[in-house]
Every structure is written in C-alpha cells, then in structure tokens.
Design a protein around this ligand. Sequence first.
Ligand code: HEC
Length: 194
Amino acid sequence: MKKIVLIALTLFPLTTYAGVEKSESDRLPDLLKTTKEVVDPMPGKLKTLLVDEITNNGPIKAIEVCSTLAPAMAKTASQKTGWNIKRVSLKYRNPEAKADKWEAKAINGFEKELAANTDALMEKGEIVKINKKQYFRYAKGLKTVKECLLCHGKVENISPEVNAKLKEVYPKDLATGYEINQVRGIVSVIRPID
Ligand code: HEC
C-alpha cells in the first residue's frame, strides 16, 4: 500500500494530486504567452504608424501619434482585456507615465540587457501580490530607433518647431537626450488573476 501511494506521489506532483491550485511557476508560461499575444504587436504597430506619419505629414503632426494614438491603443487593449496596459518611463514626458518601483526595476534590467546585446528581448513577467490579490505583471522594453530621436533625441538636434511644440505641451519634459538603442520606456501590464 505504502508503495502505491509513493508511486502516485511521484507521478502526480503533490499540488495536482491533492487538487490544490496550480503553483505559480505552473501558471507563468500560459500567463506570459497570453499577455505577449496582446502586448508584443503594439510597439511595432506604433513604430510603423509613427514613421508613416513622419514621412507623409512631418514630425509636428507625428507628435499626435505618440501623444494620442499610443495611449488610445493602450486604452482600447485595456478595455478589451480588463488589464491595465500603459507606457511608462524613468525619463517621462507625460507626468502620468512615471514608472513605479516594479517598472523601474524592469527598466534597469532591460538597460543592462540592451547594453550587452542590441537585440535583447527585454521582457519580464512575474506574479505579484498587491493588497492581498494576485496579479501578473509584464513589461516589454521599447528601444529607441533613429526616428524616435526626432522627438526624444538631444535637444540641440530636435527641430525648433518640434521643440517649441513639446515645450508648450510638456513643460516638464524629461524624455529627451536619448541615442539609438536605449530603453525609451516599457509597455507595462498589470493583469488580475485569481
Ligand atoms: C513626433 C514626435 C515623437 C516621436 C518621433 C516619438 N515620440 Fe514618443 N512621445 C512623444 C510625445 C509627444 C510623448 C508624450 C505622450 C503623452 O502625452 O502621453 C511621447 C511619449 C512616449 C512614451 C511614453 C512615456 C513618456 O515619456 O511619456 C514612450 C514610451 C515613447 N514616447 C516612446 C517612443 C519611441 C520608442 C519612439 C520611436 C519608435 C518615439 N517615442 C518617437 C513624441 C514622439
């Protein structure tokens, strides 16, 4: 009899055997996969829209892509999924885009990854507890490419028109001074799980 129980325990890990909720590490791959499906196409889509608008209508018009379209895209995705999806940064332009502690840690990690490899994946997923509730937090790094510098590069390299517009709308702008292949910020997801 003892033998049978032992075999059963070896074949079925205790949690599953006892009908207990799946452990965190069991849940991570699926949470990561389903979150990535929603979030990972976003940076590429935005970049395409941004480059198209810069090419067709110039950087002043393109400001709206980053200021209106990007947040709208995140809002639509949030409403669709019931998750909180937003863009945040350590050097934010919009004061509402200030990274919290978890996000800041993710960004710091991505900065190291990117310094070592410009094709670094820059993604992080973790189950966390906030006010006794469980959430899956996910971060995807946003890397600067040439086009970003039109509005996030060194101030002296940004056109006077764009600079004037940025100053007007974002008097406390921190999001300049970037070079290519730096972490501009992240897409950050807080997804409730039970
Ligand atoms: C035409 C100007 C322009 C270009 C080009 C541009 N941005 Fe922005 N970006 C902005 C503006 C304006 C905001 C502030 C948006 C807001 O009000 O929420 C912003 C905000 C952001 C934010 C949110 C965090 C923050 O600082 O407020 C991220 C992340 C970001 N941009 C990434 C990028 C990346 C990556 C690129 C290149 C692929 C890029 N941007 C190119 C104008 C631009």
